[in-house]
Write a protein that binds this ligand. Structure first.
Ligand code: NAP
Length: 268
C-alpha cells in the first residue's frame, strides 16, 4: 500500500466529506493527484476514496481530524510524515458559518469558527508552504467567500473570517512570486451544499432561501481548480458574484452594511 501511496503527486483537501471540498477532491483525482482527504466524518471520505480509486486509479489517505481542535493540524502533518508524502496542492476548504446576532450565538461555536476558518487554514499553510518553496513547486487554494468583500452584520464573525482568508491569501500570493508556489483565494457566492443547514442552526437568514441564486458545488470547484492551475490570486465564480465583488468595495460602507445585514437577518 505504502509504495503505491508514494508513487503519486499529492493534494491535501480539507473539508472533503461534503460539498465544495468533495468536488475539489474529485477534480484533483481526475487530474491524476493522489488525495489526502481531511474532515471529521471518515465514512463519506472512505466512500469518496473508493470512488476515486475506481474512477481514476488514484490512492487516497483518509484523515479523520477536527481542525478546530488544537491537535487537528498536527494529526494531518503526522499522517503526511508517516506516508512520506510531498504535497503539491493544498486546498484549505474546511469552514463553516453561523447566522445570528453576535451576542446571542454560542461563544464556543463562534470561537470554533475562528479556529477552523482562520487558525487551521493558516497553520496548515505554514506547515506545507516551506516544502513547496524548497521544491519550487506548489499550489495553495484557500476557500474564502463573497462574504470576504464586505462586513456582514448577523454573520459578523464568519464574514470577518473570510476577509482574513482573502487578505492573507492575496498577500502570500505576492510574497511567493517567483518561487514556483502560487496561492489562490476562491470566493464563491451562495452554493448548494451542507453549509446552509449548519449556518442556519440558530437563525434562518434570508440569504439561505437563495434570493441571489445558488451555484452548484461542482461548478464552483471547477472554477477554483482552473484558477489554481493558472496561478490566479483570486477567483469569484459566476457573473453576478463577480459584479458584487467588484461593486461592494466601491459602495459606501453604510449601504454595504444595510444590504449584508438584510440578507443575513431572519426572514421572519
Ligand atoms: N456553500 C456556500 O454557500 C459557501 C459560500 C462561500 C464560501 N463557502 C465556503 O466553502 C467551504 C466549504 O463549504 P461547503 O459549502 O462545501 O459546506 P459543507 O458541505 O458544510 O462542507 C464543509 C466541510 O468542512 C468540514 N468541516 C467542518 N468543520 C470541520 C472541522 N472542525 N474539522 C474538519 N473539517 C471540518 C466538513 O466535514 P465534517 O463535518 O465531516 O468535519 C465538510 O467536509 C467553507 O470554507 C465555506 O465557508 C461556502
Amino acid at each position: 500500500m505504502d509504495s503505491m501511496v508514494r508513487a503519486h503527486k499529492y493534494a491535501v483537501v480539507t473539508g472533503a466529506s461534503s460539498g465544495i471540498g468533495w468536488e475539489l477532491a474529485s477534480i484533483l483525482a481526475r487530474e491524476g493527484y493522489g488525495l489526502v482527504l481531511v474532515a471529521r466524518r471518515t465514512g463519506p471520505m472512505r466512500e469518496l476514496a473508493d470512488q476515486l480509486q475506481q474512477a481514476h486509479g488514484v490512492p487516497s489517505v483518509v484523515v479523520g481530524a477536527d481542525l478546530a481542535a488544537p491537535e487537528g493540524v498536527r494529526t494531518v502533518v503526522d499522517e503526511l510524515k508517516t506516508h512520506q508524502l510531498d504535497v503539491e496542492v493544498l486546498v484549505n476548504n474546511a469552514g463553516f458559518g453561523l447566522a445570528g446576532s453576535f451576542e446571542a450565538l454560542p461563544a464556543e461555536q463562534q470561537m470554533g469558527m475562528v479556529d477552523l476558518n482562520i487558525r487551521a487554514l493558516t497553520s496548515l499553510t505554514r506547515e506545507l508552504v516551506p516544502g513547496m518553496v524548497a521544491r519550487r513547486r506548489g499550489y495553495v487554494l484557500n476557500v474564502a467567500s463573497l462574504a470576504a468583500f464586505t462586513p456582514g452584520p448577523f454573520m459578523s464573525v464568519y464574514y470577518a473570517s473570510k476577509a482574513y482568508v482573502l487578505s492573507f491569501s492575496t498577500a502570500l500570493h505576492a510574497e511567493l512570486k517567483g518561487q514556483g508556489v502560487t496561492v489562490t483565494a476562491l470566493c464563491p457566492g451562495y452554493t448548494e451544499t451542507e453549509f446552509a443547514a449548519r449556518a442556519a442552526e440558530h437563525q434562518k437568514a434570508r440569504l439561505f432561501s437563495g434570493p441571489m441564486g445558488t451555484a452548484n458545488a461542482r461548478q464552483v470547484a471547477e472554477a477554483g481548480y482552473q484558477a489554481l492551475k493558472r496561478g490566479k490570486p483570486v477567483v469569484v465564480p459566476g457573473f453576478s458574484n463577480r459584479f458584487s465583488a467588484w461593486f461592494m468595495p466601491l459602495a459606501p460602507l453604510a449601504l454595504r452594511l444595510r444590504i449584508a445585514g438584510y440578507m443575513n437577518a431572519s426572514e421572519h
